[in-house]
Structure formats: structure tokens, C-alpha cells
Design a protein around this ligand. Structure first.
Ligand SMILES: [Zn+2]
Length: 265
């Protein structure tokens, strides 16, 4: 190897070392926002489901002198901040573990209907709400995660204010009042736009008074999963937030506890 080549190799090695010592700039300029309610005995579940349970298996100083804690938990798939997989309301569609990760990570848009919805707990987000959003912000980008801000997140964990009743059991379902997505809007979104997922700050993507859960059926037929009981939507911009929404990977599951976060600049 002649001297010139030796010098070239040496500087390339130096250059590559230099690169590995550069500061990581990914996700350093903005901040992360947690869109997840914590899981505890207070966590809101559907009136027919049992709540979250945490059992202490061990907590304290062991015989060997070190501290140790471990717990077991028990939970329905659909409670607290969680994901609905398409199989939840449509046979043959994706189970939780089958949803591509690429569908659960990406840019979000926030449609704020809180002014109207807080005045009417039976409000259903309409096609007109999406058209209004587009009139100000442009067409909903392909692969968007659509987040609906009804404003009800601020009532968590007060069941009466959040969902209309704190009664439990099948007879309480008729007393549920909270906003959701109108089936016509679910149809419009799935047929005219290409969204990856949808979420909102209420217990269900269909409003509280729904009896046949049509929006679930329409979205899930198109393999669009839903995030329910999402927190802190008032902290997000109307567009540009980067969302990561990863549920527990339950094989064959119809839904599961979800940790959803957003990065904003
Ligand atoms: Zn659900």
C-alpha cells in the first residue's frame, strides 16, 4: 500500500470514529407528551367489565437483605387507555398482534370538537367536522393517525361526568352518555381518506347511546384500529405531532392496554 493510500485509509477510520461520537439529535428538540391514563383501581372500564386489579406477590426486604417487589395484574382488554383491534367488531380482520407497527406510529391530526361536544354529551363527530378541519389545514394526509378531541378527557376519572353513569352491570349501558364518531363520518373517512388509525378521549369510538356500534364495524371492516380513553389531547397541535401507540401484543387479542405518546416540536 503506498503512502497516499495509507493516509486515505487512516483519515477514513478517523472520520468514521468522528461520526460515532456525534451527538444524537433525534427527538431532542421537542418534547414527549404522555397520552395515556395510568392503570389503577380508579381506571374506567366499560360498565360490564371488571376493573383493573393489581395483586402484591411480594413487597419488602427479602431474607437476603435486598428490597424486592413484584405484582400480578388482571384486566379486561378494553379498559383504560386501550386499543381496539379490528377483530373486535369484524370477523377476519386484524387481531392486536397482526396490526402492522407502521400503522400505529406516525403523524397525527387533531380534530377539536370540544366546544360542541362539551355542550352535548350525545354529540357525534360529523363529516362536516372533518371538512371544516380540511378547510383550515388542507386534506387529511395519507397514513394519518386521526385524534378526536371531545374535551371529555378532563373529566377522567369521574365516571358520571366522563361517561354519564357510575353504575355497573349490563343495566348501566343504557345510561352511557359521551361523544363519539358518527357512522357517516366513519364511512367517509374510510372511503375517501387513507387513515392508519383513529383515537379519542372517550370510552368508545361510537357514542354512549350507540346500540349497534356501527362506527366500530365500519372502521374495523377497513382494518383501521381505534384508540379509546386517550389522555391529554388538549396538549397537541392540530397537526404535526408524531404519535407512537403500542399496545400489549396479545396473540389473537381483540384489544389491549395501550401506551400512547406523542412527540411535538
Ligand atoms: Zn375497546
Amino acid at each position: 500500500m503506498n503512502n497516499y493510500l495509507k493516509l486515505l485509509c487512516f483519515s477514513m477510520i478517523l472520520f468514521s470514529f468522528g461520526c460515532t461520537h456525534q451527538t444524537n439529535t433525534l427527538f431532542t428538540e421537542g418534547k414527549w407528551i404522555d397520552l395515556t391514563h395510568d392503570f389503577s383501581e380508579e381506571t374506567i372500564y366499560w360498565p360490564t367489565a371488571e376493573g383493573f386489579k393489581l395483586k402484591t406477590d411480594y413487597e419488602g426486604i427479602t431474607e437476603k437483605g435486598y428490597y424486592y417487589s413484584a405484582y400480578s395484574y388482571c384486566s379486561a382488554e378494553h379498559g383504560g387507555t386501550h386499543l381496539d383491534a379490528p377483530i373486535h367488531f369484524y370477523k377476519g380482520r386484524n387481531t392486536v398482534d397482526e396490526i402492522p407497527v407502521s400503522q400505529l406510529i406516525g403523524e397525527a391530526i387533531v380534530v377539536d370538537v370540544s366546544e360542541t361536544a362539551l355542550a352535548n354529551p350525545d354529540y357525534q363527530v360529523s363529516v362536516a367536522d372533518f371538512e371544516k378541519w380540511e378547510a383550515s389545514n388542507g386534506k387529511i394526509p395519507d397514513s394519518s393517525i386521526v385524534l378526536l378531541r371531545t374535551g371529555y378527557g378532563k373529566f377522567w376519572p369521574d365516571r358520571v361526568k366522563y361517561m354519564g353513569t357510575d353504575k355497573r352491570g349490563p343495566e348501566a349501558v343504557k345510561d352511557l352518555h359521551f361523544p363519539g364518531l358518527h357512522p357517516d363520518a366513519a364511512k367517509w373517512l374510510t372511503e375517501n381518506r387513507k387513515i392508519n388509525a383513529i383515537g379519542l378521549d372517550t370510552p368508545s369510538i361510537d357514542y354512549g347511546q350507540s346500540t349497534h356500534f356501527e362506527s366500530h364495524q365500519i372502521l374495523f371492516e377497513h382494518n383501521v384500529p381505534a384508540f379509546e380513553n386517550v389522555a391529554n389531547l388538549e396538549k397537541l397541535p392540530v397537526k404535526g405531532a408524531f404519535v407512537v401507540a403500542l399496545p400489549m401484543k396479545i396473540k389473537g387479542g381483540s384489544g389491549g392496554p395501550l401506551r400512547i405518546v406523542a412527540y411535538i416540536k
